[in-house]
Design a protein around this ligand. Structure first.
Ligand code: SF4
Ligand code: SF4
Length: 91
């Protein structure tokens, strides 16, 4: 058993639309700040030692190929958005 990131990095929540109250705006800002959203910056793709991360051409988000991932945790450590977390690999 080892630690691996999930194969797909969580999607960014849908953008807000329309007017909102100050309370709603504050709640939305908090939700976005803690959403652990991938913005496709490619840092993890450049630094993964096993070249296990690519960008999904449709979503622009990182996708991890667990066939190549060795579970080093570098991507989760370096992602500026906190979009990657490690979980137990039970396979
Ligand atoms: S480093 Fe984080 S935000 Fe950047 S592409 Fe990778 S998962 Fe997405
Ligand atoms: S950086 Fe390490 S944990 Fe992240 S995908 Fe690459 S090999 Fe796996």
């Amino acid at each position: 058993m080892s630690l691996r990131p999930p194969c797909e990095v969580p999607e960014h929540p849908a953008a807000c639309a329309g007017e909102m109250t100050m309370e709603q705006a504050q709640a939305e800002a908090q939700r976005c700040l803690s959403s652990h959203a991938c913005d496709g910056c490619e840092i993890c793709m450049l630094l993964c030692p096993d070249l296990a991360i690519t960008k999904d051409p449709d979503t622009g988000r990182a996708v991890i190929d667990l066939k190549f991932c060795k579970g080093c945790g570098l991507c989760a450590h370096l992602c500026p958005k906190g979009a990657i977390s490690m979980e137990m690999d039970r396979g």
